[in-house]
Design a protein around this ligand. Sequence first.
Ligand code: ATP
Length: 321
Amino acid sequence: IKNIAVLTSGGDSPGMNAGIRAVIRSGIYHGMNMFGIRRGYDGMVQGDIMAMDAKSVANIIQRGGTILKTARSEEFKTLEGRKQAYENLKKHNIDALVVIGGDGTFTGASKFIEEFDIPIIGMPGTIDNDLNGTDFTIGYDTAINTVVDAVDKIRDTAESHDRLFVVEVMGRDSGLIALRSGISTGAEAVLIPELEVDYDAIMKRLDKTRKNKASRIIIVAEGDKEGGLVVAEKIKANFPAYDVRVSILGHIQRGGKPTCMDRVLASRLGVAAIEGLLEGRKGEMAGLICGNVQFTPFSKAIKHIDKINTNLTRIVEILSL
Ligand code: ATP
């Protein structure tokens, strides 16, 4: 391996830039020629590829988003599109790839390896934390801190007006953003797609703790069957006297400066991705498990596993008295 390219794909997440920087600089450190591909697989199909040096990634570690931009590519889902992408890599003599993204990105990478036998290592770049083979994904820590910051602000106004706020947070079909942010904002209840919602229990709890609190926060994951608006309606129907409001946090959760944890994670995994390629690995995602770098085959990394720790769900209940 002599020429390695990196791309970011799928939804952006804070820390992707720190990851790009780590890949480019560790590649150069190991004597490789390094390239960046713009707009994920779309740029690979279009041939939007550029050489990158150490300076090209200066002053980006602290920036959210991705300097390489990201996109969803329908063409890459076709064999024709992937052939075109392969031809473009050949033009630059690129013989290995690092892809930063989520499960779709790794699914595409697996196909590409099978068809064209190019070594690819993945890095988990998604705020949802919904990948197997790493305790945390790059961007998750920043996203939950953004949620906590926003909910703290909502709490101030909720408290002043004696209101109940239903806050809907991101995470697609994963409740991990909801769960940790719920615990750290003192939420009354956290509704996540992984667990059946026991409305009776929630209503009883709201009733029982009524005199203890002026404001209440209920966190709903976007993947929850009902969603924030429906949950709010149900609460209103049960407690007509409550002043219930809904806040859907939306895309602010995807932006912003990456936290220290995300920068360190992205830096470690970027170095690991290059070293993994140089050791002859392919078709694996670099992740961090219990503080150590580990590689997990793409096929396992994308299996939607239940990363919900029931000790955490218990904490919400115990502490909402
Ligand atoms: P996020 O978790 O942030 O959404 P992701 O990597 O899952 O990230 P996707 O949009 O699902 O995001 O996938 C990124 C890209 O991977 C797609 O736009 C597509 O080009 C490619 N891809 C996804 N699934 C396949 C597939 N079955 N075959 C080939 N390519 C695919």
